[in-house]
Design a protein around this ligand. Structure first.
Ligand code: GLA
Length: 394
C-alpha cells in the first residue's frame, strides 16, 4: 500500500521544505560543471536541416571545440512537424529525411552528445507540435533516438503551473532510464532559480539573447549587457548539477566586434553559465574559434567548486565581477560598458583580500603573467570590453 507517513516529524520536514526557497538539487551526477555545446537557434533560427547539423557536428569534432569541452549538439525548434496516428512525434521529412536517431548516432560516433528541443505547451514557439499531453511518449521516443539533452520551452503555456509542467517532463525523462540533461527554458518568468534545481540541470534566467549589446525595445529579446543585468543576485541558486542560464554565446554572429564577444564570454565564465555556442561553426573565423576555445577562460567557467561569481562593484559604466575558484584564486572581469576607453581599478577589499596581501595576476586573454600586486590592480579597458584576470594570493 502506498501510504504517506503522517508523523509530526514528517509534517515539520514538509513544512520546512516548502518554506525554504532553494529546493533540493536533482543530484543525478549530470552537469557537475556548466554544460557546454552548440545550439542551432543562435544562428539558424528555424532554417535548419540535417546537413547543417551533420556538418556542424563534423566541424566541432575536428576544429578543437569538442576537445575544449563543447559536448552537446542541440537541435532547437523546427525539427518536428506533426504527430502520427499513434501520437508519436515526427521530424520534418523534407529537412530531416534521415530522422533524428541517425543524427544522434552521427554525434555519438564523433565523441559528442545530442540534444533536442520541445515545449511544455501544445505548440512550440514556432507553432510546431509541443509535448503537452505527450510528455511520457515523447521522452520514450527521445530515449529510443539516443537523445542526451532536452531543452524544454514555455510557449503556448495555457496557464499551466510552470513548476508542475516541468516536473512532469522531468519525471518522464527519468522514467526512460536514460541520462538526459534537462534544460528549463521559461525565460525566468516563474523565477526558476527558486525551484529549478529539483527539476532540471539548468534554467534560462532571462528573455532570448540577441546579437546586440543593448536593444532599444525588448520585444524580440535583449542585448548582452541587458541580459547581464538580469543575473545580478541569482548567484546563490547555482552550483554543481544546477545552473543559471543567461542564454547562448553570440560570438561569430557578426553584429558586434570581437571585444564585445570576448566580454560576453568572460562574464559568462564568471557567471558559471552554460557555454552554448550560437554561431555557424562550419564557417567560424579563426579569432572567434580562438575565443571560444580559450582554455584558461573555459577553466574559470568549468571550475569544479561551481560557485557562480557576482558583481562586486557597479560604478555606472565601470563594473567589477568576481568569482571564487577551488584553488583559492579569484577570477575577475573588469567590464567597461561605456563607449569610450576607461581605466578601471580593482581594490582588494572588493574580493575579500587583505589590503596588504601580495597577489600574482595573470591575464587570461593575453595568456601572460602581469606580475605581483598589492592592494589594487588597474587596467585600461577598451569601450564595451572586458579584461579578465586570475588573481592568486602569494
Ligand atoms: C524561445 C526560446 C529560444 C528558442 C525559440 C525557438 O524563444 O527562448 O531560445 O528556443 O523559442 O522557437
Amino acid at each position: 500500500m502506498n501510504r504517506r507517513p503522517s508523523s509530526p516529524v514528517f509534517a515539520l520536514v514538509s513544512t520546512l521544505c516548502l518554506a525554504v526557497p532553494w529546493a533540493r538539487a536533482l543530484d543525478d551526477g549530470q552537469a557537475r560543471t556548466p554544460p557546454m555545446g552548440w545550439n542551432s537557434w543562435g544562428h539558424f533560427r528555424c532554417d535548419i536541416n540535417e546537413g547543417i547539423i551533420r556538418e556542424t557536428t563534423d566541424a566541432m569534432a575536428t576544429n578543437g571545440m569538442r576537445d575544449a569541452g563543447y559536448a552537446y549538439i542541440i537541435v532547437d525548434d523546427c525539427w518536428q512537424i506533426a504527430r502520427d496516428a499513434e501520437g508519436d512525434i515526427l521530424p520534418d521529412p523534407e529537412r530531416f529525411p534521415s530522422g533524428i536517431k541517425t543524427l544522434a548516432d552521427h554525434a555519438h560516433e564523433r565523441g559528442l552528445k545530442f540534444g533536442i528541443y520541445s515545449c511544455a505547451g501544445h505548440k512550440t514557439c514556432q507553432g510546431r507540435p509541443g509535448s503537452r499531453g505527450h510528455e511520457f511518449q515523447d521522452a520514450r521516443q527521445y530515449a529510443r533516438w539516443g537523445i542526451d539533452y532536452l531543452k524544454y520551452d514555455w510557449c503556448d503555456d495555457g496557464g499551466q503551473n510552470a513548476r508542475a509542467a516541468y516536473t512532469t517532463m522531468r519525471d518522464a525523462l527519468k522514467a526512460t532510464g536514460r541520462s538526459i540533461l534537462f534544460h528549463i527554458c521559461e525565460w525566468g518568468k516563474n523565477e526558476p532559480w527558486r525551484w529549478g534545481r529539483s527539476v532540471g540541470h539548468l534554467w534560462r534566467t532571462a528573455p532570448d539573447i540577441l546579437d546586440a549589446w543593448d536593444v532599444p525595445s525588448p520585444e524580440r529579446g535583449l542585448g548582452i549587457a541587458q541580459i547581464l543585468d538580469q543575473q545580478v543576485g541569482l548567484e546563490k541558486a547555482a552550483g554543481p548539477g544546477h545552473w543559471n542560464d543567461p542564454d547562448m554565446l553570440m560570438a561569430g554572429n557578426g553584429a558586434l566586434g570581437i571585444e564585445q564577444y570576448r566580454a560576453q564570454f568572460s562574464l559568462w565564465c564568471i557567471l558559471a553559465a552554460p557555454l552554448i555556442a550560437g554561431c555557424d561553426v562550419r564557417k567560424i573565423q579563426p579569432d572567434v574559434l580562438a575565443l571560444l576555445t580559450n582554455k584558461e577562460a573555459i577553466a574559470i567557467d568549468q571550475d569544479p567548486l561551481g560557485k557562480q561569481g557576482r558583481r562586486a562593484r557597479d560604478d555606472g559604466d565601470a563594473e567589477v565581477w568576481a568569482r571564487d575558484l577551488r584553488d583559492g584564486s579569484i577570477a575577475v572581469a573588469l567590464l567597461n560598458r561605456g563607449e569610450s576607453a576607461t581605466r578601471i581599478a580593482l581594490h582588494w577589499e572588493e574580493i575579500a583580500l587583505p589590503p596588504d596581501a601580495p597577489a600574482v595576476i595573470r591575464d587570461l586573454w593575453r595568456h601572460q603573467d602581469l606580475g605581483e600586486f598589492r592592494a589594487r590592480f588597474e587596467a585600461d579597458v577598451p569601450p564595451r570590453a572586458t579584461i579578465m584576470v586570475r588573481i592568486t594570493r602569494r
